[in-house]
Design a protein. Structure first.
Length: 135
C-alpha cells in the first residue's frame, strides 16, 4: 500500500524526505549540497530498490562493464533528467553523460528555487564522486 504523504509548505532545503525534521545531526548538509548529493544517490540507486518509492533510481553503475557508446550515454542523460525532475527541489535539469577510462561523467545544469547551478560528478564501480564544488 502507498504510504501517506503530507504536503509541507517548505522542506527547509533538505528535500521531501527530511523536510520538517527538527532533531537532525549537527553538521548534516542542507541546501544545494544536500540537493546535489540526493541527485547523485539517485543516479546510482537501482530502480525499484527504494521500498517507499519503487520508481526512484537510475543505476548508472549497471552500465559499467558493458558496452558504452554515444547512444547509451544519450539514453542515460534522458533517464537521469527524468529522475532529477522527480526531486521536489528540481525545477529543471539539463544533463549530459560521457564515458572515458571506465568512468561515466555526468555534467548537469540544475535549476532550483535559487536559480541554476552546475552539478558534475563521476560514476565508477566505487560509486559517485562530486567533481566540482556546488555553490
Amino acid at each position: 500500500p502507498a504510504l501517506p504523504r503530507q504536503a509541507k509548505p517548505s522542506d527547509d532545503g533538505k528535500g521531501q524526505c527530511l523536510g520538517g525534521v527538527q532533531d537532525m545531526t549537527p553538521g548534516m548538509v542542507n541546501g544545494r549540497l544536500a540537493h546535489a548529493q540526493a541527485l547523485m544517490r539517485m543516479a546510482i540507486t537501482p530502480l525499484g530498490t527504494n521500498i517507499c518509492d519503487p520508481d526512484y533510481g537510475y543505476d548508472l553503475t549497471a552500465r559499467l562493464g558493458g558496452r558504452v557508446d554515444s547512444a547509451s550515454c544519450a539514453e542515460d542523460a534522458a533517464g537521469l533528467t527524468g529522475q532529477f525532475l522527480r526531486d521536489d527541489r528540481t525545477r529543471d535539469a539539463q544533463v549530459a553523460v560521457s564515458f572515458a577510462n571506465d568512468v561515466l561523467v555526468v555534467a548537469a545544469q540544475i535549476l532550483d528555487k535559487q536559480g541554476p547551478y552546475p552539478l558534475t560528478f563521476s560514476v565508477s564501480n566505487a560509486g559517485a564522486v562530486l567533481l566540482a564544488k556546488v555553490a
